[in-house]
Design a protein around this ligand. Structure first.
Ligand SMILES: *Cc1c(COP(=O)(O)O)cnc(C)c1O
Length: 467
């Protein structure tokens, strides 16, 4: 299996080489040259597998350049910190079932992909005999998942920028209490966009990037997208009966279109998925796109800070991979859509709108702060279950798309403990923290404070990067 760029300008590369790259050299995103497919017989055979075994099978279709035994070792190590089921399903009423993706070390679904990424990036670097310095910006969940997955690795160091005073106490503790030498938490005097601009400046300086072995593990990373495909298969296998060729629908609380894109891959691979329901918060550029066919990213100033902060995006970095399929894998049409975006501030696929649902099964909806609070309360009253604000956005929108005879699975993208303030506001409950989390909250914190200054950051990386 080789990977090509959505913009047509990359020599096909195998999996291990693709996952060390960020954007393709032509500015596009890596996609499989042909999507692997899975037949019904294979699906039935997979019912007996544990989560790591299933991950080996699914990822083996993408990572054909990794021997099976190596892949099996890596998936076992990746999901070792999780409870035995790894991804438990639980019904909250007769209509909806939650898919528990937040059982990992940082209590959000990003662990599902990052834990595997930590394994496979180290493996790819060993094979190449090289090192990687990860440079990233985070507003919370990505940074902590990356750091917990990459801490203590020999060939990898992490330089993670975060905006001063903008993360929750829990998120700060999760990152800043790590004392591993390869983890550098850089607190920037600025907002998230300032952090991201600093990353863009340094990563865009190709000489600096090469000299410092800089890389990224952001949501466009191929290892993350492929690792997320696994749990769509897992959830389908748990939600359907042996021999039943039932379609299920998934609702996905969405920001950068990474999680739902993996569901889209699963559907293209032949998994019987009826609808992929995209749930957005107030920053609903994607809901707008799937309802109207017009994609109009917003500026940082137009992006609201909401109570489901991990979905606060102004543009959706993975959407290009969907557009590539929408235009029949014609890279020239992808390029012209992005040219429209540069020239006019939007692109327009209204002519293809009916295909969004009929061909691709994607529908969408928006949930607001008031919806989130009401949903958390309603679920709590009905089942005693406490869901996090992002999952609540999913539950709210899922209810708009329930169909008789089609199980509706909502992805639980975080645990409520991460967002205790909103839970208190919704139901007046103070969440309990288990002792290891309390210890983490109380642990000493270690950061490097920095002005919003490119030169200071360059100097820090030059002094501390692995080589
Ligand atoms: C990252 C994140 C999302 C959004 O996922 P995307 O892949 O960016 O669409 C939703 N919920 C939580 C809790 C997250 O951390």
């Amino acid at each position: 299996m080789q990977y090509i760029s959505t913009r047509g300008g990359m020599q096909p590369l195998p999996y291990c080489e693709t996952l060390l790259e960020g954007l393709a050299p032509d500015g596009g995103l890596a996609v499989p040259e042909t999507m692997p497919t899975v037949d019904g017989e294979t699906l039935e055979r997979w019912r007996a597998l544990t989560y790591p075994q299933l991950a080996t099978e699914v990822l083996g279709l993408f990572a054909t350049d990794i021997p099976r035994a190596d892949l099996a070792r890596m998936t076992a190590a990746a999901y070792e910190p999780f409870p035995e089921a790894v991804v438990p399903l639980r019904a909250i009423d007769e209509d909806l079932t939650l898919v528990g993706l937040s059982e990992g070390p940082t209590l959000a679904f990003k662990d599902m992909a990052m834990q595997f990424l930590g394994q496979v990036v180290e493996y790819a670097l060993e094979r190449k005999g090289s090192v990687l310095n990860i440079l990233g910006a985070t507003s919370g969940d990505t940074g902590s998942a990356a750091e917990h997955a990459l801490r203590g690795k020999d060939r990898i160091s992490v330089f993670m920028l975060s905006p001063k005073g903008r993360m929750s106490a829990f998120q700060r503790a999760q990152m800043f209490s790590l004392d591993d030498e390869n983890i550098h938490n850089i607190v920037v005097d600025g907002v998230f966009d300032d952090c991201q601009n600093l990353v863009k400046k340094l990563a865009g300086d190709l000489d600096f990037k090469r000299a410092q072995n800089l890389g990224a593990v952001n949501s466009i990373n191929l290892a993350r997208i492929t690792a997320q495909v696994v749990y769509y298969f897992w959830a389908w296998l748990r939600a359907t009966d042996v021999g039943g060729w039932t379609e299920v629908s998934f609702t996905v609380p969405s920001g950068n279109f990474g999680n739902i894109l993996s569901g889209f891959f699963a559907k293209q691979m032949g998994l019987p998925i009826r609808r992929l329901v995209l749930a957005a918060n107030e920053n609903n550029v994607l809901d707008e796109f799937f309802r109207t066919g017009v994609y109009r990213p917003r500026s940082a100033a137009q992006t609201l800070a909401t109570s489901s902060p991990s979905m606060d995006i102004s543009k959706a970095s993975n959407l290009e991979r969907f557009i590539f399929e929408l235009v029949g894998r014609d890279a020239s049409r992808v390029v012209s859509a992005w040219k429209d975006l540069d020239d006019k501030g939007h692109f327009d696929f209204t002519a293809d709108l009916s295909r969004f649902i009929e061909e691709f099964g994607i529908v969408s909806g928006t949930s607001t702060h008031a919806d989130r609070l009401a949903t958390i309360e309603a679920v709590y009253d009905a089942s005693g279950d406490i869901i996090d604000p992002h999952t609540a956005d999913g539950v709210k929108v899922a209810r708009e798309y329930i169909e008789p005879g089609v199980p509706m699975l909502v992805l639980e993208t975080a645990k409520p403990q991460k967002f205790a303030e909103t839970i208190r506001e919704a139901i007046g409950v103070e969440l309990e923290y288990p002792s290891e989390l309390r210890a983490m909250l109380d642990a000493p914190q270690r950061t490097t404070e920095m002005a919003d200054d490119e030169h200071e950051l360059r100097a820090f990386i030059e002094a501390n990067a692995l080589r």
